[in-house]
Design a protein around this ligand. Sequence first.
Ligand SMILES: Cc1ncc(CN)c(N)n1
Length: 208
Amino acid sequence: MSFTCNQILQKHTDIWHEATVHPFLENCKSGTIQPHQFNTWLVQDYLFVIDFTRMLARVLASAPPQHFDVILSGLAALKDELNWFKEKVAERQLNLATEKQPTCEQYCKYMHSLADMPYPVQATALWAIEFAYNQGWQLPGAMPAPYKEFADRWGNSDFTAYVKLLEQQADQVLQTASDSIQNQAEETFVKVAKFEKDFWQMAFNAVQ
Ligand SMILES: Cc1ncc(CN)c(N)n1
C-alpha cells in the first residue's frame, strides 16, 4: 500500500498548521514583531542550524548513494547559510555566546537522536524540518524590510524545489519500508511539527 509524505501531512493538518502559521510570522509580515522577539529567534535559530548541519551530515552517512546529490546540495547551501547568519547577528550586535533555550536544546537533542533511526525516518524528518520553514516563511506573503530577506531565504523558488526533492527522496524509501518504520516516520513528522510550533512560541515569548 502506498505511504507518502503527503499522506502523513494530510493526517496531521492541525499540528502542521500550528507549526507553520504563527503570530511570530504574522507580526514579521505586519512589521510589528518586537526587536527582542526577532533577535531571540535569530540567535536561537543560528544555534539550531549548527546542529541541523550536523544532522544533515548524519543523514548523508545513512543515505543510499543515489540520494547524495540532493543532500550534498543542501550541505553546500548550509555553508552559505551559516555565514549569512553570522552576518545578520553581527549587524544587530547580538551575542553569539548565548546558551540554547530549553526548546532549542530539546529540538537539537531530538535531531541528534535521529541518527539511530532507519534512513526512511531520517529522510522524512529532514523533509519536514525544511518544509516547515519553506511554508512558514512563504504562507504570510510578501514581508517588509528587514524581514523580506528572511522570508526570501526559505520561501524562494529554489528552496521550494529543494524541499520537493527531499519529499521525493523520502517517498521513495517510505514506499518499501516496513509498517513499523512507516509508523516511526509518521511519529517523527508529528514531533518535528510540535518542535517547530514551540520554537516560534519560544521567540514570541522572549522578554526584553
Ligand atoms: C527551527 C528551524 N526549523 C527549520 C529550519 C530550516 N532549516 C530552521 N532554520 N530552523
